[in-house]
Design a protein around this ligand. Sequence first.
Ligand code: G6P
Length: 584
Amino acid sequence: MCGIIGYKGPKNAVNIVLEGLKSLEYRGYDSWGIAAKSNSKIIVEKKEGKLGNATLDLDSNFAMGHTRWATHGEAVAKNAHPHLSNDGNIAVAHNGIIENYQAQREFLTKQGFTFKSDTDTEVIPITIEYHMQKGYNFIEAAKRSLKHLEGQYAIVAFHADEDSLIAIRREAPLVLGIGDKEFFVASDIPAFLKYTRRVIFLEDQDLAIINSDLKIFNLAKDIPVKREISTIEWSPEQAQKGKFDHFFLKEISEQAEVVSRATAIDTKQIENIVKEIKEAKGIYFVACGSAAHACMHGLYLFSKIAKVHVNFCIASEFPYFQHFIVPESLVIAISQSGETADTLAAIRAAKEHGAKVISIVNVMGSTLVRESDRSILQGAGPEICVLSTKAYTSQLAILTLLAYALANKFEDGKAMIKELMRHIYYLTSENTRRFVRRLAEKLRYAPSIYLIGRGLQYPTALEAALKIKEVSYIHAEAYAGGELKHGSIALIEHGTPCIVFTSSETEKDIINNAVELKSRGAYIIGIGPKNNMVFDFYIKVRDAGEFNPLIQIIPIQILAYQLALLRGCDPDMPRNLAKSVTVK
Ligand code: G6P
């Protein structure tokens, strides 16, 4: 949540920071701001709303930027970052929460300092200023300040009279980009991918001091440290829209390749993970959002294909369930970003009980990867749209392959996924998009849409409802077909749209449910291998058995996209959301 970027180097820093913010906007888009250094002065520009053009026209080579998802204080310009110290000499951009900001603010107020915003962040530059007034230099004052600031945060800061840009990582993502005589620091790699693929993933409590060179100091150990430079495989084009109007559509369209890449997982790595799953006493999936729906599929897939029982818990609820975890337990955490605060809290709770953690993650070097005993990297490429599409299907592909590997049929699983490629291309093609648009036109004014499925189609219905509601703001709710009669069917009126996912396995029962809905006036949309007279609208998706989740969600991703366009909603940045939820 919130994107931060800093730059120090020979290029025009304001332009680089603005450009970087565009790639980070998925992390928050309530307001934004830039601070740049010019002739020993810090100039700041802050604005409410989504990123626009800066009027700052400075030839500075020292700047920072921030795009905000509000936690403390309304989304108005005065609360946008960067924030300054009272003397205007220290600028700070921050992602995370300063948990003791109220006490700190009271303390600083008593010392005569004043505050211009309602944020927790403003205590950071003012605390540094307080320590500088005591005679410490900027870096020493920053170190001392951090000892007083509790919480999880990533910070970029500089001082008007000093040549250093500092960056601190404390349980919130921050990565350094190493260019030719230039340095970048950002919440995520796409912010500087155009300029360098050489990165340093800072570790917890690392303080990077960027001058003409780079020094890293670990605050917890109180020693200078060396961190390895990694080269990342993503290309700059992968983080750009290319010929597409929106990342949402681009990422939907990439799913055939992404799923195919999942089949390239190293066999040895899978064998090791299979061994750990077999040895574990109690296996628990944890995740949030779409990744949680992938986990729910995992339950069905592990049970059906591998006859292995797995438990699932939404990551934010896991701390309340953790009591039965023992050292022999295995937690499998799934996360696109690898930075979701609730998922990290869940694995940390599990580790406290001595359990092993395996993760399935898209972002290399992320906190989840570093804190897991083993990780599978998804290789789905950067996912920029706030809604998860390709990362979700890639997680499904990996989970299905894992289930096949557990049943000693890994190669069969891979072959079956490869067979689906053409169908995935077809489902994401212009033809399908045009056809699904007809449905979107029918549904664009619907107050509610209901979705039902059974078996593997139930988590698909949950994910489909999430896609529709988060981007079109139409109320959408999913039910297991059998649950309808236990209450929800009372909501059905004449014309209520109900989307019914079918498969050969569930057909008989789910069609009965569809008929019950239709008898109460519902408008039935069928998605599955076979048309049926109960359907008012039908989208054919072939029957791929255990691989159905990989393909049945695609028409709904497209429907959600079309609904967003028809209703004038931003498909890439829905209101109130952020892609990477780094606060609890
Ligand atoms: C946010 C995003 C979702 C995502 C969820 C979990 O809510 O908007 O698209 O599924 O976080 O994110 P993760 O990075 O852990 O998969």
